[in-house]
Design a protein around this ligand. Structure first.
Ligand SMILES: [Cu+2]
Length: 121
């Protein structure tokens, strides 16, 4: 009888350890393979491009106009990107291959500015 009690105690102890092990945090899906397939997103909302964005060379940016009026997403350097007129709800996707920081503006509302940094991969 003493032996059975000891065995049960050991089993319960082993289960408790296994339970603790399963509490380890899972790898963040955003860090896994395929994460780079998702573009960085710039949402235009309330006449604001939001916070500066950083991407790696070769990645894409998706600009979404969530406002009820039209905007543009236009690089100040005149060549990196120019979305043209984005109607409310429109999206514009752009891949960027040159490292550096690009400032941009809405040509319709010059007070709307922002920047994106492209870092070498
Ligand atoms: Cu605008």
């Amino acid at each position: 009888m003493q032996t059975i009690t000891t065995t049960i105690t050991i089993l319960v102890g082993a289960l408790a350890v296994a339970g603790c092990a399963s509490d380890d945090p899972l790898p963040d899906a955003a860090d896994g393979p395929g994460a780079t397939d998702e573009p960085a997103i710039i949402s235009i909302e309330s006449f604001d491009f939001g916070d500066p964005v950083t991407i790696t060379v070769g990645e894409e940016v998706l600009v979404r106009n969530l406002d009820g009026v039209g905007h543009t997403w236009t690089a100040d350097d005149g060549e990196s990107f120019a979305s043209g007129f984005l109607e409310p709800g429109d999206e514009f996707r752009q891949r960027l291959d040159a490292p550096g920081t690009i400032t941009f503006v809405c040509e319709i509302h010059p007070s709307m500015t922002g920047s994106i940094t492209v870092v070498a991969g």
